[in-house]
Design a protein around this ligand. Structure first.
Ligand SMILES: NC(=O)c1ccc[n+]([C@@H]2O[C@H](COP(=O)([O-])OP(=O)(O)OC[C@H]3O[C@@H](n4cnc5c(N)ncnc54)[C@H](OP(=O)(O)O)[C@@H]3O)[C@@H](O)[C@H]2O)c1
Length: 261
């Protein structure tokens, strides 16, 4: 069994990789920074008590050719990918009218195109073999517009359409396509993000204690085990996922009232 995790050098992806490594599964990590990849490889090998074989490949998910080559290298090391967890992602809060186009584009390229770029090289082979599981890491921000998060919300919402369409394409072919929607999770990304999260976003989201990355990773892996189509993590995220179009007008009225205070 071979699990490929993009964004596996940090946060949620790293915790997912550790769970599989403890199960004795071959794991490959893809991210951009080589030093962080090497550190993660050592951490995972240690966490698995020497059971795991971890391969790392440096690539930018936003660059199609680079990520394809990285997947090829992973598959040369550990065999065909059985499970793909697409966790690589970035967030750069900023008001749309002020944010540099490059920062906006980077979020779109990484969070949306970056997922499609890594699914492409594994999906065709999974289909051919009649087996495989894909889990895409979106965000609760897919379900609700958050001020100063236009690029992030847009890119994470687009993943819902991508995953839902691909799941239907894969139906009956032995390949499951799931998507998960984590809440605020205690990771290096969140620590960076909180420094530039404006009070308006805070107002909308409230101050919910971030979840430990390990807890989120455990639920993701259960979702993959069960071939779940959607993994919501909390009752309020499930409600937003299932009844978002009904709830959003009320949330907007509530937000307008809070803004006035
Ligand atoms: N933390 C939260 O509160 C939260 C909530 C909801 C959803 N999420 C989502 O969960 C996923 C993981 O986030 P996290 O909090 O675990 O973040 P993190 O700790 O910052 O980890 C992000 C990982 O993605 C990699 N990465 C970033 N850009 C990349 C690129 N262009 N190409 C390849 N790898 C890239 C990073 O490594 P390099 O920088 O070395 O490339 C790192 O390994 C993201 O998709 C995020 O949007 C997070």
């Amino acid at each position: 069994m071979h699990v490929v995790v993009t964004g596996g050098s940090s946060g949620i992806g790293l915790e997912v990789a550790k769970i599989y490594a403890r199960r004795g599964v071959s794991v490959s990590l893809i991210a951009r920074n080589v030093d962080r990849l090497d550190a993660a490889r050592r951490e995972i090998e240690q966490a698995s008590g020497g059971k795991a074989e971890v391969f790392v490949a440096a690539a930018d998910a936003a660059v199609h050719a680079g990520i394809s080559a990285a997947v090829q290298a992973c598959e040369a090391a550990h065999g065909p990918c059985d499970i793909l967890v697409a966790s690589a992602g970035i967030v750069e809060p900023g008001w749309f009218h002020e944010q540099a186009p490059d920062l906006f584009d980077a979020q779109w390229q990484t969070n949306f195109a970056g997922v499609a770029n890594v699914v492409r090289p594994v999906y065709a082979s999974m289909r051919q073999r009649g087996q495989g599981r894909i889990m895409i890491v979106s965000s609760a921000a897919a379900f609700i517009g958050i001020p100063a998060y236009a690029a992030y919300c847009g890119s994470k919402a687009a993943l819902v359409g991508f995953a839902d369409a691909l799941r239907l394409e894969a139906m009956g072919k032995g390949v499951s396509v799931g998507i998960c929607f984590p809440p605020d999770t205690d990771t290096p990304q969140l620590s960076r993000e909180l420094k530039s999260r404006p009070k308006e976003a805070e107002l909308l989201m409230g101050s919910i204690k971030p979840r430990p990355a390990k807890e989120i990773a455990e639920k993701i892996v259960v979702g993959i085990d069960r071939r779940s189509a959607h993994v919501y993590f909390t009752a309020s995220i499930a409600a937003l996922g299932l009844f978002g179009p009904l709830a959003r007008p009320f949330i907007e009225v509530w937000y307008r009232l809070k803004l006035r205070k």
